[in-house]
Design a protein around this ligand. Structure first.
Ligand code: LFR
Length: 475
């Protein structure tokens, strides 16, 4: 019998990060979260930046803890990094940062967003399959170059955040394909950069190299002596792509995927992109899989609404018990007569989410909820409907009929949200008790290391051991 294999997943989210040690033994993956830390962007003057040095420090701390958690004599085989999409660094040839690392919620893209909406959004959609959204790297980079023209001389390389951490770990600078596909700069019909988009946004093509696919070995860890010998493997660097890889989907198809966290990403896997005016109107993003396929998805503003609303309440839950009590109280309330439109741009980065929600309700002539339970109910029901609308749009644009919604991520633990989604969509929601992103990240490592044949095999093995809960739609 072969001995256990140990891998580490670095999984960075916009509000928290974690490092997870995975043990693969007897065709089964067990996870040990060795390090978790909060993450937030900081405002300096009019702009918003990530604390990239702090993130790197936390990554190193987490990886050291992963090594310390290994059984005596065991070695870490590999590391993979995934993060949220779109954000990136600009480097010179020596690998030095030449521009501060902005956060995607920074308002610097607003003018470009409006300009593209007025002229060119359909052309860029036809070229890249990505709709015009404020966080796109295309808009961010266009603004950086326009406001600081010297950047085209200063910078020689653009790496997305997972690429940058791979670079810090291994010294190898590569663009990984899934995260590159969130940029609105990848050609929707190939696996390379879109000349049309790069020209449109005045972004130097020399900043990028042809993206590598998942499973590419980038070299050994050179940054931390404790990890000497461990490989750095390019996994789906976009967290949503990794989460989708972990979906124990039925091989016959018919499953809609929902990765529910700060954002709700509703989509499916496909051999072709979904393009055209209907797809653009439904804001379908043809993001890519680690191996080059498509995962058309709609981004419904997610639990960011609830996270931000809660921040304004002193009664917000502090423990799992408090959460249970809040969800129970919200479930007992009558269903709200008027739901929120989650796509309201006022929800992007409001000073107060509660004020932004109340303002939308006022426009709709509806009363604001009285307490946190009321907001929780309103938000979960509104997101449930948002998920159902996305599902119905996909069905209308394809010949698909979805039979189930598979749900992973933090929101899969929220029974009110799961039930609201099932009720609105009229099909069962299966929620999985799993750290989808870290599991998908490790799946790519295990395949690259030769421990698992392919993703289909991994999903089948994973599905055999998973805890799941089914929410049937109610009348
Ligand atoms: C989720 C996510 C989404 C992306 C958003 C911004 O963490 O990666 O997929 O749309 O963050 O990058």
């Amino acid at each position: 019998m072969s001995s256990p294999l140990y891998t580490a997943a670095v999984d960075l989210g916009a509000t928290s990060g974690r490092v997870i040690l995975g043990t693969w033994a007897k065709n089964r993956l067990t996870l040990n979260e060795v390090h978790r830390f909060p993450n937030a962007y900081r405002e300096l003057g009019a702009h918003a930046y990530w604390e990239i040095g702090t993130l790197w420090l936390e990554v190193q701390t987490g990886l050291r803890k992963a090594v310390a958690a290994l059984p005596r004599g065991a070695k870490l085989a590999s590391v993979g990094v995934d993060t949220w999409g779109c954000d990136h660094v600009l480097l010179n040839d020596a690998g030095r940062l030449v521009f501060p690392v902005h956060a995607y919620r920074d308002n610097r893209t607003q003018a470009g967003l409006k300009a593209l909406a007025a002229n060119g959004a359909d052309r860029i959609y036809a070229a890249t399959g990505i709709p015009n959204v404020f966080y796109n790297s295309s808009l961010q980079l266009a603004e950086a170059v326009a406001s600081c023209p010297a950047l085209t001389d200063l910078a020689t390389r653009c790496l997305f955040l997972p690429d940058y951490f791979n670079f810090l770990l291994s010294g190898r600078a590569e663009n990984e394909f899934t995260v590159a596909s969130t940029s609105q700069l990848i050609d929707v019909h190939t696996r390379d950069w879109s000349r049309t988009a790069l020209e449109h946004f005045h972004i130097p093509p020399s900043w990028f190299t042809t993206p590598v696919l998942s499973g590419k070995k980038l070299g050994r860890v050179t940054a931390l002596p404790e990890l000497a010998g461990a490989q750095v493997i390019a996994v789906p660097g976009h967290d949503t792509a990794s989460a989708y890889d972990a979906m124990p989907a039925s091989p016959e198809g018919g499953d809609l995927f929902l990765s529910s966290g700060t954002w709700s990403l509703v989509g499916f896997e496909s051999a072709q992109p979904l393009l055209g005016p209907a797809a653009l109107a439904a804001r379908v993003a043809n993001e890519r899989t680690g191996l080059g396929g498509y995962r058309p998805l709609t981004n419904v503003v997610g639990l960011f609404l609830l996270e931000q609303t809660m921040a304004g309440f002193s009664t917000r839950p502090q423990s799992p018990r408090d959460w249970d009590a809040l969800i129970a109280a919200a479930s007992k309330l009558p269903a709200p007569a008027v739901l929120l439109d989650p796509a309201d741009p006022a929800f992007t980065a409001p000073k107060s989410m509660r004020v932004a929600i109340d303002a939308q309700l006022k426009r709709k002539k509806a009363a604001a909820p009285k307490n946190l339970a009321g907001y929780t109910r309103l938000i979960c029901d509104s997101l449930g409907r948002g998920h159902a609308v996305a599902a119905a749009n996909f069905e209308a644009m394809t010949s698909k009929k979805f039979r189930r919604i598979l749900m992973v991520g933090g929101g899969s633990k929220n029974r009110l949200l799961c039930q609201a989604t099932a009720d609105a969509a009229g099909i069962p929601v299966i929620s999985f008790n799993l750290e989808g992103t870290a599991v998908g990240n490790m799946a790519s490592q295990l395949i690259a290391l030769g421990a698992v044949k392919d993703l289909a095999t991994f999903r089948q093995l994973l599905g055999e051991n998973l805890q799941q809960k089914t929410y049937l739609p109610r009348e």
